[in-house]
Design a binder for this molecule. Sequence first.
Ligand code: NAP
Length: 308
Amino acid sequence: MKAIIYTTYGGPDVLQCVDMDKPVPGKKEVLVKVEASTVSAGVTWMRKGKYQGSVLFTILLRLMYGISKPRNQVLGAEFAGTIEQVGSKVRLFKPGDKVYGTTTGLKTGSYAGYMVIPESRRQGVIAMKPPQLSMPEAAALPVGGMTAVHLLTKAEIGMRQEVLIYGASGSVGTSAVQIAKYACAKVTAVCSTANIELIKAIGADQVIDYTREDITQLKERFDVVFDAVGKLPGSAARQLLKKGGRYCTVRSITVEKTAYLRSLHQMIEQGEFRPVIDRVYPIDKIAEAHEYVDRGHKKGNVIITNWP
Ligand SMILES: NC(=O)c1ccc[n+]([C@@H]2O[C@H](COP(=O)([O-])OP(=O)(O)OC[C@H]3O[C@@H](n4cnc5c(N)ncnc54)[C@H](OP(=O)(O)O)[C@@H]3O)[C@@H](O)[C@H]2O)c1
């Protein structure tokens, strides 16, 4: 099978396409034929071996993924595909099931024709793909969706609360806007001019263009301020809170839970949530896809597909 590996940290040119043996599932593992993956912001940090603007996060990243070079060479944090084979003790899945999830805690990522995953995960998730979503949409769901569910749940978002979502046009931001609307909050979203129509279309009540308006000068105060892109200084965010308001940011540790996916599935079934897809690149254009995401302006999610 083909796989995309990186043996050294760096720019998109460190990605190489190689031939690898197809993995064999263990007794409690499933073999997935990967049909779609993503270029998430997190994957680009892993490729660079560096978290922009934070020495602490860079140290943590190197401790997790390899000090001088990547420990696990196959990148890719999200996947969607079809189960081809299951181990003798697998109970939850069968060949032919359409699944999706994350590769968190696994030795290899999803930039490969096939991957093996335990059916039950201590870290990371695997779930049946909601039938309403295409493979690319399912691949785009877990990281942004679960991060937004986790942080908004922690912030105890509720009905009629006034919520400010800063960086509303990324993967986490577009998920957060839809989740906050589902919770019947009043959503003020912050993005640039190019993304205003998109953010209105996914339900924001009010959109502020950060290229034209300095949000630190806003008179309005919010029950929740969610920095979905990690670029709003904490002091500026807190200044926008009502008394007793809650601030949350993607610059914090989050966890992945199948319970979060179940919440997202409920919204999807009711037609209230859909992952936003910006661009779809075939696997042989993976370096171009990474270059695009490195620019920091993707809208929602960037998908990798067309595995040979
Ligand atoms: N803690 C966690 O578990 C966790 C999980 C997932 C992601 N993250 C982190 O969350 C961050 C966001 O990830 P992502 O994939 O959603 O998005 P992303 O790809 O990092 O961000 C893209 C979006 O951010 C907007 N943006 C860029 N600069 C901005 C600014 N100064 N003000 C407002 N918006 C700005 C861009 O819109 P414009 O073109 O309009 O500028 C673009 O739509 C990343 O740093 C990622 O590492 C953390």
